[in-house]
Ligand binder design. Structure first.
Ligand SMILES: Cc1cc2nc3c(=O)[nH]c(=O)nc-3n(C[C@H](O)[C@H](O)[C@H](O)COP(=O)(O)O)c2cc1C
Length: 212
């Protein structure tokens, strides 16, 4: 046991027991998500929690259909095949008891003002948008949610793969909040696995630079 066990307990879970998630735990996890930092404390996140098995399976079907549609557009056969092969990885939530959809709302940056001013080429102005605080905010919230879930005995899996079906999913669930887009999602449930292996991490020396 170390003080950081709450970090190391989280890992991606893609198989779940047929058990519900307690409503009070769900509330706690969403609350924990909202305690993430956000630029200007804008809290530009919105969580849509789907607890209906048929609806979760229907969302997986929308992802499969969109995968096939997009693969059909790709002329390079190898690349189209690769996209089709990813569909399993994009629908791992299909049998989970809960699916959390994480929406990101607008976060104004200086790039918006520079684009409006038209004083520099669009590409140059867009450089100022690269840190993308709108998405960083929801990422911080989703990480909090995942850490809370792991510590309450639940498994999650951060997913952006299926967001290519964002429009279809949002229409299906009827979620319309001006300026919000589906940035990520996560299944949630009791893990159905004995033990897990962490995918290897790059050594700290490789990803750390200390300037003294
Ligand atoms: C931005 C992001 C997108 C991801 N998208 C998917 C996905 O679409 N499907 C999936 O099965 N896992 C997805 N993952 C999970 C990663 O594969 C996983 O986090 C990584 O392999 C490390 O494993 P761990 O989470 O068990 O530590 C995603 C993770 C992140 C952070």
């Amino acid at each position: 046991m170390t003080k950081l066990d709450f970090i190391y307990q989280r890992h991606s879970v893609r198989k779940f027991k047929d058990q519900p998630v307690a409503a009070e735990h769900l509330q706690e996890m969403i609350k924990a998500a909202t305690y993430a930092p956000s630029g200007k404390n804008l809290q530009n996140w919105h969580f849509v929690v789907v607890t209906n098995k048929e609806k979760i399976a229907a969302i997986a079907n929308l992802v499969m259909a969109k995968n096939e549609k997009l693969a059909g557009y790709i002329k390079d056969d190898a690349k189209a095949k690769a996209l089709r092969a990813m569909v399993h990885y994009h629908t791992v939530f299909k049998a989970a008891p809960v699916l959390v959809l994480v929406y990101a709302g607008p976060y104004p940056t200086v790039a918006d003002d520079l684009l409006a001013a038209g004083v520099m080429p669009v590409n140059e102005a867009l450089e100022y948008a690269r840190p993308n605080p709108a998405v960083q905010n929801i990422a911080a919230a989703l990480e909090n949610l995942q850490l809370a879930a792991a510590n309450l005995g639940y498994g999650t899996c951060w997913m952006t793969g299926p967001t290519y079906a964002a429009q279809e999913i949002s229409e299906y669930i009827g979620f319309t909040k001006a300026g919000y887009f589906l940035a990520a999602m996560s299944p949630l449930g009791v893990p159905d696995e004995g033990k897990w292996a962490y995918p290897p991490r790059k050594p700290v020396e490789e990803i750390l630079t200390i300037i003294e």
